[in-house]
Design a protein around this ligand. Structure first.
Ligand code: ATP
Ligand code: MG
Length: 649
């Protein structure tokens, strides 16, 4: 950004916490101020009260070698013990997971069941000759055995690297190689909307180029028949056969690695993010408790992400289990067997807290309200979102149509790298504004700075930075300390740079504006893609929009928009003109898109994020970059054709 970001979008709607919610809320007024007064004491207290330690730490933050910070470094613990064993005596029969599978399969696992499964599998893994610190790649769908495998690794001190089950064999092999995994855990196939995703066959293809993998454990799920390679491959059920239901957790150092997880690849080559034990656990149990207001005895928590992403790691597996929550774990797709599938599950299981992504919310809007209307969602008391900036209109729809106007909405900003939620409302404490993630979590310190690293006064926009270390921060990029330093700590020395743009309003609320790489420069004005997209989505006909800046001789960059319409709306010339005027009226003439292309779908990563980089390549007639992390490759050709037709609008 060569100059300040224009401040275009204005939003006056504000929702105060209700007295009823506040009086029962986990978070109390004053918590931000208390953490601000002494953030090390705040985090230390969370760590000591929310974690069961083998040996309590005497240290809190070790900042002797920045940016390689350590937290609670001399403490000892085991995360699987914290997620399972410590709950058994008083709450062994409590449900850990209501698993909802396809086709019509269901399973209920109590904490005692989960503990037994984890121990048996851990004992099985030991027979493969693995030892503490070894990396294990996990390539599975959303089955209970996925958290079992992760927790078994944590129990033995193995470092897991979960690779999203929707990824191709190339994506899998590059991740296996990067992490140098010796064991791969997979399943014969995964169910997806009535079809079998051939995970084992994909893995076999990947394994052709990963000579160091010694063992492959295969869970039987779809039973469609797979090739098993002798001596290398073993069935899960054979591995656990006869294994004991007890397995001593290995005592881990606070700073030993827990897992590697690759970022979703929205901006380029994925990074192998490394998280360690105690700081990570502290971050997720604290945020899970306060942001979702979880009451373990009564709530049914449902995070709809895939465990293959950090959201699933932190808020399906480690956070909820360590906090002894009851969760829903869903294997299937949101539209199978029908468009009301998620709402039917909420009704059936009495889900009280629901967490999803803006991309999903926009899709639900597109499908139409009638699917939601078929079900009683009155059990819900809090709803959340993560993954992309949420357009204010989508926020309002979510609040009204899913939340019934009564549930607080928590828009949570964070990343794979941050491990835990960073900027978020605390329900019952912080008033919300549609489209704003509000303010940093207690004990998290952020700022918005200009090109030179100077703090931008309230009301202005620039680069988001995190100004102090936090417990759940990633420790490095696996095998590449230098890339870690270069990517996050060099742009603004002494501060963490997440790569996102943001502005702060007069109340100090943060508005995330997307990746700084995506910010457009039009006739000397810096304009955020997010704001133009939100203006488009605020039009009644629009379901979803992606905006990029394409090269333009006159203006430097010209705004090019790609728009998907709500069901039953026809995209014609009249609507095109109407949308351009609508943006001009909402944001000002400078933000008016030069071209708009109507399309049935937008290119997205497999985590559902819009891939603007590709749209830019298309618009500027470049060779398309890496599309391996794309969920819907076919749409790219379709858009390319339409874009070339409309380029001269
Ligand atoms: P890569 O780093 O490989 O490009 P990625 O950034 O998409 O992939 P994640 O770590 O899953 O991978 O995503 C984090 C990013 O998602 C954030 O940096 C931000 O851009 C976006 N994001 C997440 N939550 C929010 C939110 N509530 N509001 C705005 N943006 C969000
Ligand atoms: Mg990222």
């Amino acid at each position: 950004m060569s100059q300040a970001l224009e401040n275009l979008l204005s939003e006056d709607r504000k929702f105060e916490p209700t007295a009823a919610f506040s009086s029962e809320a986990n978070a109390k007024r004053g918590i931000h101020e208390e953490a601000e007064a002494d953030y090390l004491a705040f985090w230390r207290q969370q760590a000591l009260t929310r974690i069961s330690w083998h040996k309590e730490p005497t240290q809190t933050l070790d900042d002797s070698n920045p940016p390689f910070f350590k937290w609670f470094a001399d403490g000892e613990l085991n995360i699987s013990f914290n997620c399972l064993d410590r709950h058994l005596e008083a709450h062994g029969e409590q449900v850990a997971y209501h698993w909802v599978g396809e086709p019509g399969d269901t399973r209920t696992l109590s904490y005692r069941d989960l503990h037994a499964e984890v121990c048996r599998f851990a004992n099985g893994l030991k027979t493969l000759g693995v030892s503490r610190g070894d990396r294990v790649a996990i390539y599975m769908g959303m089955v209970p055995e996925l958290p079992v495998a992760m927790l078994a690794c944590a129990r033995l001190g193995l470092v897991h690297s979960v690779v999203f089950g929707g990824f191709s064999s190339e994506a899998l092999s590059s991740r296996i190689l990067d992490a140098d995994a010796r064991v791969v855990i997979t399943q014969d196939g995964a169910w997806r909307a009535g079809n079998v995703v051939p995970l084992k066959a994909n893995a076999d293809k990947a394994l052709a180029s990963t000579p160091d993998v010694e063992h492959v454990v295969v869970l039987r799920r779809t039973d469609h028949g797979v090739d098993m390679t002798e001596r290398r491959d073993i069935w899960w059920h054979d591995l656990v056969e006869g294994q004991a239901e007890e397995c001593d957790p290995v005592v881990m150092g606070a700073e030993d690695p827990l897992y590697i997880l690759y970022t979703s690849g929205t901006t380029g080559r994925p990074k192998g993010i490394v998280h360690t034990q105690a700081g990570y656990l502290t971050g997720i149990v604290t945020t899970h408790h306060y942001v979702f207001d979880v009451k373990p005895d009564t709530d049914v928590f449902w995070c709809g992400a895939d465990i293959g992403w950090v959201t699933g790691h932190s808020y399906i597996v480690y956070g909820p289990l360590a906090n002894r929550a009851t969760s829903v774990l869903y294997e299937g797709a949101p539209n199978h067997p029908d468009f009301d599938r998620l709402w039917q599950i909420i009704e059936e299981y009495g889900v009280t807290i629901f967490y999803t992504a803006p991309t999903a919310i926009r899709t639900f809007m597109k499908w139409g309200d009638e699917h939601v209307g078929k079900h009683d969602l009155s059990s819900l008391r809090l709803i959340g979102t993560v993954g992309e900036p949420i357009n204010p209109e989508a926020w309002i729809w979510y609040q009204q149509t899913i939340g019934g106007g009564r549930c607080p909405v928590v828009d949570t900003w964070w990343q794979t790298e941050t491990g835990a939620i960073m900027i978020t409302p605390l329900p019952g404490v912080v008033a919300t504004k549609p489209g704003s993630a509000t303010i940093p979590f207690p004990g998290i310190f952020a700022d918005v700075v200009d090109e030179a690293g100077q703090s931008v006064p309230l009301g202005g926009g620039g680069y988001l930075v995190i100004t102090r270390p936090w417990p759940a921060m990633c420790r490095t990029i696996y095998g590449d300390d230098q890339r870690y330093v270069d990517t996050y700590w060099t742009r603004f020395p002494g501060r963490y740079f997440p790569g996102d743009g943001a502005k702060r309003d007069e109340d100090g609320y943060y508005w995330l504006l997307g990746r700084v790489d995506d910010i457009m420069l039009v006739s000397g004005h810096n304009i955020s893609t997010t704001e133009v997209e939100s203006a488009l989505v605020s039009h009644i006909s629009v379901a979803e929009a992606a905006v990029i800046g394409r090269k333009d001789e006159l203006t430097g960059q010209a705004i090019a928009a790609f728009v998907t319409l709500r069901m039953d709306v026809v995209g014609d010339e009249a609507l095109l003109a109407e949308l351009r005027d609508h943006v001009a009226q909402t944001l000002g003439p400078i933000a008016k898109p030069k071209s708009i292309v109507f399309t049935d779908d937008l290119p997205k990563t497999r985590s559902g994020k819009i891939m603007r980089r590709l749209l830019q390549d298309i618009s500027e007639n470049r060779q398309l970059g890496d599309v391996t992390t794309l969920a819907n490759e076919s749409v790219v050709m379709e858009i390319a054709t339409k874009a070339s037709e409309s380029a001269d609008d």
